[in-house]
Design a protein around this ligand. Structure first.
Ligand SMILES: Cc1cc2nc3c(=O)[nH]c(=O)nc-3n(C[C@H](O)[C@H](O)[C@H](O)COP(=O)(O)O)c2cc1C
Length: 361
């Protein structure tokens, strides 16, 4: 299982647990790292102080390497970069709007830059800007996602860049890992599969919605924040999908007032981050206001435990996941299944009839 990715990250298996807002906390990251994978802390929804607390907690739970995820357009991004340098974080991940000066600072400190991209041209640009590896997310993936499926995007990116490529979007098991390696990737990165583990902090009622979702129910919509995002189509998303622009403005204000009490974000802070998002793309004012709603609506499901009143970002793969193992059991099972698949392929290439399906227990 040694690949260029395990060599550069210093982990045992080429399996990354990606950052997920309000899900990839210090405990999930440490559990992944302790099980031989590589976890990223979800710093994109944190203040710099929360990121520092998260890093300190991870270090108290593991001696292994881990990473931090954030957006380079965030006001606190320079502070987060300084924290990564101060604490010797192994790698950072980011997506939209890379900032060359921040990348230079990270690289000068020996921190690996591993952005997530959803299109071939973005992978090429990321490498030009200094990426040490790229996570390539197919449209099956959860949260913000591109338009091209993993089976098409992955080989296209592999043809265009020389750095290690990590396949993401739709992976859940050892067969997926071997398929990605066979295509030429150096590993896989998974979000939703780690969301559905015992250590994931998502409230039980919300997790039940993921366990019961069907693949075709997990759809892409631009209604939440103006950017294509894959989510479980629950009553809340359904309502958004049928709300007019004027309705979105009213909803943003109503939600802002309702959620700001006791929640981690106020309407003002949400508007500020929505404004930052809008500067990175071509969002209209109406979309900017929609983006202000997003963090509060996601937290309602993922933190407050009200799945029907909030938004459930999810990869399509949730539709074929029906268990919640510990992170350790998950990674161990993936490795066994991958070894079985590799043995089956080896037998096949030596002319021995073989079934590649994993043994059922
Ligand atoms: C609940 C949820 C929250 C997410 N939050 C973030 C985030 O904060 N930052 C980020 O870069 N990606 C985020 N993503 C995307 C994931 O990091 C990852 O790229 C994606 O889940 C991979 O696809 P998969 O779910 O099919 O494994 C999120 C995904 C989910 C499902």
């Amino acid at each position: 299982m040694q690949t260029r990715l395990t060599d550069m990250l210093g982990c045992r298996y080429p399996i990354i647990q990606t950052a997920m807002g309000w899900v990839a906390d210090a405990k999930l990251v440490a559990a992944t790292t302790n099980a031989g994978g590589f976890g990223f802390l979800a710093g994109a929804v944190m203040t710099a102080q929360e990121v520092e607390q998260g890093i300190i907690e991870i270090k108290s739970l593991t001696d292994g390497p881990f990473g931090v995820n954030f957006h380079m357009y965030m006001a606190q991004a320079p502070e987060i970069v300084d924290l990564c340098v101060k604490y010797g974080v192994r790698a950072v991940s980011y997506s939209r709007s890379p900032v060359p000066t921040l990348i230079e600072k990270l690289k000068a400190a020996g921190i690996l830059c591993i952005p997530t991209v959803g299109a071939t041209k973005h992978a090429v640009k990321a490498v030009t800007l200094g990426a040490d590896a790229v996570v390539v997310q197919g449209s099956e993936g959860g949260g913000h996602t591109g338009a091209v499926a993993s089976t098409i995007l992955l080989p296209d990116v592999l043809d265009q860049v020389q750095v290690p490529v990590v396949a993401a979007g739709g992976y859940r098991d050892g067969r997926g890992l071997v398929a990605a390696l066979a295509m030429g990737a150096d590993g896989i990165a998974m979000g939703t599969r780690f969301l559905m583990t015992e250590e994931s902090p998502v409230p039980e009622l919300t997790k039940t919605n993921y366990l019961h979702a069907m693949p075709e129910q997990i759809q892409i919509s631009t209604k939440l924040d103006g950017l294509p995002q894959r989510m479980i189509n629950n009553p809340c998303l359904n309502k958004l999908n049928h709300t007019s622009t004027l309705g979105m403005w009213l909803l943003a204000v109503k939600n802002g007032l309702a959620f700001s009490k006791g929640a981690n974000s106020s309407l003002l802070s949400s508007l500020k981050s929505a404004w930052a998002i809008s500067r990175t793309g071509d969002l209209s004012w109406a979309q900017t206001l929609m983006a202000a709603n997003a963090p509060m609506m996601i937290q309602e499901a993922m933190v407050n435990g009200h799945p029907d009143r909030g938004i459930l970002p999810s990869g399509q793969v949730a539709g074929i996941i029906s268990d919640q193992p510990t992170v350790g059991a998950l990674i161990a099972a993936i490795v066994i299944e991958a070894e079985h698949a590799i043995a089956g392929l080896t037998a096949l290439s030596s002319g021995t009839p073989s079934t590649l399906n994993p043994p059922q227990d």
